[in-house]
Design a protein around this ligand. Structure first.
Ligand code: ADP
Ligand code: MG
Length: 315
């Protein structure tokens, strides 16, 4: 459906993305996951033909988005990072306006507004002035305008950013619903969001694609890479080496807080699955006569995941 090849984009001398190549299959929901500044918005703008890349090509349904931009754009719906909504217009007027801009005949526009208002659950807000809507509802209007002309592909740039938690849930549900009948490309800096919605995930970091997989495989590959936060009552000079001796412990950091000795234990990801390192640690602590005051598993943060994916094993 979409084929992006060797996309590179410079803002001045600065390369925002480099050699980004991927395809989007018909009917799939593809997630573009990356931290802020990774190059997601740049890629989305290029995909949708809003900005030509410095190098590389994108074809959509066989049409080059730069050379055949009209044909390509007709097939694409785009929710930009910040939607240029006309805040003084009512929802219906805005959708009518967007339909006209895209060359839809007036009759088709009228019928289609009824459809998209239903799909995006905006029935009660047809006459509401956009400026009076909450951020979450505005985002729905943004999605409604993106699907007005019944595009084959929907490109959504961080669709849930800055909206309240209830609206986030609603918006994700809406995207999943749309994904049943459409090809969707979605960008996000939130790993669980992408895992929830997408069938396939591309991870982009510092302008390059660093991983591509199903959410399930990504999660499995990252499993076991976690750390333990442990509070132990005992002499630091003895506890530290004891923790370091435990099989499967790759690194231990120590912090002294008022009346508290905290240890952060990093677990070696290659440790045999099935052995629970927490068991080993509590046995070691107790057999030495110290007290185990708390033990918590801390999952990896998104930053750590990116670090893991972008750091070579031999470093
Ligand atoms: N208009 C611009 N001019 C200069 N630099 C930009 C511009 N837009 C984005 N950048 C830079 O390009 C990089 C990628 O940005 P962007 O594509 O917006 O990433 P993301 O959407 O993943 O946060 C960032 O380092 C950003 O500062
Ligand atoms: Mg962005």
């Amino acid at each position: 459906m979409i084929q992006a090849t060797g996309l590179t984009h410079y803002y001045g001398p600065f390369p925002a993305i480099q050699d980004v190549t991927f395809d989007v299959r018909k009917g799939e929901i593809l997630g573009f996951l990356g931290p802020n500044g990774a190059g997601k918005t740049t890629t989305m703008r290029i995909l949708t033909g809003y900005m030509p890349p410095t190098r590389g090509t994108v074809t959509l349904g066989g049409y080059d988005v730069v050379e055949k931009s009209l044909e390509a754009r007709r097939r694409i719906g785009y929710l930009p990072e910040t939607v240029p909504l006309y805040t003084e217009m009512s929802v219906t007027d805005y959708l009518k306006y967007m339909g006209t801009l895209r060359g839809m005949p007036p009759r088709a526009i009228k019928a289609r507004i009824d459809d998209v208002v239903g799909v995006c659950r905006l029935e009660d807000y047809r006459k509401t002035i956009i400026g009076k809507l909450s951020k979450g509802f505005r985002q729905r209007v943004g999605i409604a305008q993106a699907i007005m002309h019944e595009p084959e592909v929907l490109v959504l740039d961080e669709p849930t950013i800055g909206i309240d938690p209830i609206q986030v849930v609603e918006t994700r549900r809406l995207i999943e619903e749309l994904g049943k009948s459409q090809t969707v490309v979605l960008s996000s800096h939130i790993l669980p969001e992408v895992s929830m919605i997408c069938e396939r995930v591309l991870i982009i970091n510092e302008g390059r694609i660093v991983a591509e997989d199903t959410p399930k495989n990504l999660a499995e590959g990252l499993e076991g890479i976690e750390r333990l936060e442990i509070e132990i009552g005992g002499p630091v000079t003895e506890v530290l080496p004891a923790l370091r001796r435990i099989k499967g412990v790759s690194r231990v950091a120590h912090r002294s807080l008022p009346q508290k000795e905290l240890y952060t234990v990093h677990v070696d990801p290659s440790v045999e699955s099935g052995t629970d390192i927490r068991d080993e640690i509590s046995k070691a602590v107790i057999s030495s006569g110290w007290s185990l005051l708390s033990l918590q598993t801390v999952g990896m943060s998104l930053e750590e995941i990116f670090l893991k994916l972008t750091t070579h094993e031999d470093l």
